[in-house]
Design a protein around this ligand. Structure first.
Ligand code: PLP
Length: 352
């Protein structure tokens, strides 16, 4: 997962324990924990309410101890990475380009993920895979050796089951076959108990935390296979279309402002980010209406003690709406109605 890639990037970039890595004040805990485990000092820089880097604040925080700056292409929309690259070069520090929300895109014909000294991608956000990340080291690598191990068979089986369960099938016979395969691929209780070494008990990919004992495991076979066969261009196009539909419906809704007016030019957005001007935690209302909206209030880094008022605003007011490639017209209409209700004020809506 991308969190493991962040952890490994620290060593591969030659960042030493005790050196500082600067992170945006608007970020999830999952991106911070690997750095703490890698024993670097984590400090934060300010973001504006538009989710853009506050360069005055960032520049003022760079010291002789700063080894790297981490920047996020939030929600798959390119950040001002060329400007940041120039700043890092000028100050002689590394750039970690966090592409966890990116399903490819380019700036001036150059792919995202090639600007940083290291970059990392998170495939679970886009594809029906159990695990998986890509780590790119573009520059500076001292020791490029990553000694990864395969997860035990019981976990490979869980990943395979996950992949099969997500293959769309048409027709009764194929559906029955799929049910049998999914059941067979699931480890039995005794297989699980005997096959897993103790540290793998905690092998979970659907969590908000970094687990050091899992960092050296390679992507499962099924996830690698799914990655190789995924039609990234079609997935990105479907997500951009969903983005455009939501934008056209929500652009004039009072009380909310889309963070972006257009989808990323080529890539697929991770979500549709929407600012609720008045209401805190609108995503909770939307969730009660059956739409899996998310915000980062629950995964705010525990170390973020300094005051970052604009980042605080984003934690409470910026809601992520789904744009998944499998959504149809009815889903999108349901998302729009839920947003309209949440934007009209705090309510206790009946779940649909
Ligand atoms: C900005 C950012 N970086 C890294 C991660 C970690 O990604 P993964 O879940 O693949 O470990 C996340 C997770 O949401 C994220 O939002």
């Amino acid at each position: 997962m991308a969190r493991n890639s962040i952890y490994h990037a620290v060593r591969l970039l030659g960042i030493r324990p005790g050196q500082t890595v600067l992170l945006p004040a608007y970020v999830c805990e999952t991106a911070v924990e690997p750095l703490i485990e890698a024993r670097v000092k984590v400090e934060f820089y300010a973001m504006t309410r538009n989710c853009e880097i506050d360069y005055d604040d960032l520049t003022a925080r760079i010291t002789a101890n700063t080894a790297a700056v981490l920047a996020v292409h939030y929600f798959g929309f390119p950040t001002t990475i060329e400007k940041l690259r120039a700043l890092c070069d000028e100050r002689g520090i590394a750039l970690i380009e966090d592409c966890a929300h990116v399903l490819f895109d380019r700036i001036h014909d150059r792919p995202l993920g090639t600007f940083g000294d290291a970059s990392m991608f998170s495939w679970r956000k886009f594809l029906p895979v159990f695990d998986g990340s890509t780590l790119r080291i573009n520059n500076r690598g001292n020791d490029m050796n990553l000694d990864l191990h395969n997860v035990p068979l019981s976990i490979q089986a869980r990943s395979t089951k996950h992949a099969i369960a997500n293959v769309p099938v048409v027709g009764r016979t194929l559906r029955t076959l799929k049910r049998i395969l999914v059941r067979r691929a699931a480890p039995t209780a005794s297989e699980t108990a005997s096959a897993r070494p103790p540290q793998v008990d905690a092998y979970e990919t659907n969590t908000d935390h970094f687990t050091l004992s899992n960092a050296d495991f390679a992507m499962t076979w099924a996830s690698r296979h799914s990655l190789g066969y995924s039609d990234f261009v079609a997935i990105a196009a479907a997500r951009r279309t969903n983005f455009a539909v939501l934008w056209s419906q929500l652009n004039n809704t009072s009380g909310v402002t889309p963070l972006h007016s257009k989808p990323p030019p080529e890539g697929g957005p991770w979500v549709f980010p929407l600012i609720f001007g008045e209401h805190h935690d609108a995503h909770k209302t939307i969730r009660k209406l059956g739409v899996p909206a998310v915000a980062w209030d629950g995964v705010r880094p525990s170390r973020l003690s300094q005051a970052f008022p604009d980042a605080d605003f984003l934690y409470h007011h910026l809601v992520f709406l789904p744009v998944h490639q499998s959504l149809d017209e009815v889903h999108l209409e349901r998302i729009v109605s839920a947003v309209e209700l949440a934007a009209s004020g705090p309510t206790d809506p009946k779940p649909r």
